[in-house]
Design a binder for this molecule. Structure first.
Ligand SMILES: Cc1ncc(COP(=O)(O)O)c(C=O)c1O
Length: 414
């Protein structure tokens, strides 16, 4: 994938987009939820499809002239069903959050009880957080991870017995271990709750058979399409039950959304086509291998990796105990040398979510750019040096050169 600079009559916007392209090219991107789309996905997403309105679903629209967008939406649906081996898919959610809002509404009545993973433990805002719709319109409770950063299924079962939720949500934004969907299903069944699996982060790994699938366990599965799946930005919802499927369609439109974003649906369809190839599976294997090598390299420097390693595409390091600094200082230090990460809470964090004691590191984006084990080992050396010397401008300045040397062979500018 190589990107061209954009030309627009609107020079203000042209300048900002091209500056962003330069930033993407000159920075090492370790945000676990970001990726670089193929030129094909980019073309479809930037197409004239943005001109079209089409509230409703293929063959049942409230607008005329939908014969071609119907073809596109049907292809996206069929490809997604094949990827995950499910009977039903809705590809219209504008984002992962929209997918979760419609999925939750399809599963439980307003005011009912949700049990989700705590945000600070690696969950997501839409899994019941108080300032999100999911905590406002539903009564929410939470499970967490143990002091080592692992899900404790016995503890979750205990909480479920106490809370008696109507819906359990599993899936995470910052959890580096395999999620046992079978155990979650057993817990949900034991209290008569429905199960929603949000696989936003691990969707690509599931498609490639590198993480167990929630199909057969979860009543409904939601995902984003732009993380490990490497597609256009958006969300999807899947299930196997035709009655729930009808409710999902109803809650996406007219429930929570209006007209579908057909340019985005086309970008998803192209990405799903790519995800059906052998190359995509190889790419996912490389993501996981790189993450293991990356985490292991930190451990060799004596850095504390939460949960002791990773099974997937990301992990969190404890910068407080490893370098004596908080996550905010760590992420700002790395930004100074052109490395982008998120600050992230660690189990029982004493710092607020705006400060944190950790940083989250992910390999999908740099794996797309061609980084292999060798580059991740060198990258660990650079990050370790930077965090050890966070207040030494001279050393940080010399590390900027190391970053640009490391990126030399991985240019994304056409
Ligand atoms: C687990 C999980 N679910 C849902 C979302 C929401 O996706 P979006 O930002 O597209 O609304 C995210 C995004 O980070 C996520 O990590």
């Amino acid at each position: 994938m190589k990107y061209k600079k954009i030309e627009l009559e609107d020079k203000e916007i042209e300048k900002a987009i091209n500056k962003e392209l330069e930033r993407q090219n000159n920075h090492i991107e370790l945000i676990a939820s970001e990726n670089f789309v193929s030129n094909e996905v980019l073309k479809a997403t930037g197409s004239i499809l943005t001109n079209k309105y089409g509230e409703g679903y293929p063959g049942k629209r409230y607008y005329d002239g939908c014969e071609h967008v119907d073809v596109i939406e049907n292809i996206a649906i069929e490809r997604l069903k094949k990827l995950f081996n499910v009977n039903f898919a809705n590809v219209q959610p504008h984002s992962g959050s929209s997918a979760n809002s419609a999925a939750i509404a399809a599963l439980i009545e307003k005011g009912k009880k949700i049990l989700g993973m705590k945000l600070e433990a690696g969950g997501h805002l839409t899994h019941g957080y108080s300032i999100n719709f999911s905590g406002y319109f539903y009564e929410s409770s939470f499970y967490s991870v143990d002091e080592n950063g692992w899900l404790d299924y016995e503890e979750i079962a205990k909480i479920a017995k106490e809370v008696k939720p109507d819906l359990i949500i599993c899936g995470a934004s910052a959890y580096s271990r395999t999620i046992d969907f079978k155990k979650f299903k057993e817990i949900a069944d034991s209290v008569g709750a429905k199960l929603l699996a949000d696989v936003a982060h691990i969707a690509g790994l599931i498609v490639a058979g590198l993480h167990v699938s929630p199909v057969g366990y979860a009543d409904v599965i939601t995902s984003t399409t732009h993380k490990t799946l490497r597609g256009a930005r958006g969300g999807v919802i899947m299930c196997n039950d035709p009655t729930i499927a009808k409710k999902i369609d109803k809650w996406v439109f007219p429930g929570y959304q209006g007209g579908p974003l057909f340019h985005s649906i086309a970008g998803k369809a192209v990405a799903f086509g790519e995800a059906l190839t052998k190359e995509f599976n190889e790419y996912q294997k490389e993501i996981v291998l790189n993450a293991k090598v990356f985490a292991n390299s930190f451990q060799k420097f004596g850095v504390k990796v939460i949960s002791g390693g990773t099974d997937n595409h990301l992990f969190t390091i404890d910068v407080k105990s490893s370098y004596g600094i908080n996550g905010k200082i760590a992420s700002e230090t790395l930004q100074k040398i052109n490395i982008t990460v998120n600050k992230n809470t660690i189990p029982n964090d004493s710092e607020s979510p705006f400060v944190t004691s950790g940083i989250r590191l992910g390999t999908p984006a740099m794996t797309t750019r061609g980084f292999k084990e060798k580059e991740f080992i060198e990258l660990t050396r650079i990050i370790n040096e930077a965090l050890k010397n966070y207040n030494n401008e001279k050393i940080l300045n010399s590390l900027i050169n190391d970053v640009s040397n490391l990126l030399k062979e991985f240019n994304i500018l056409q």
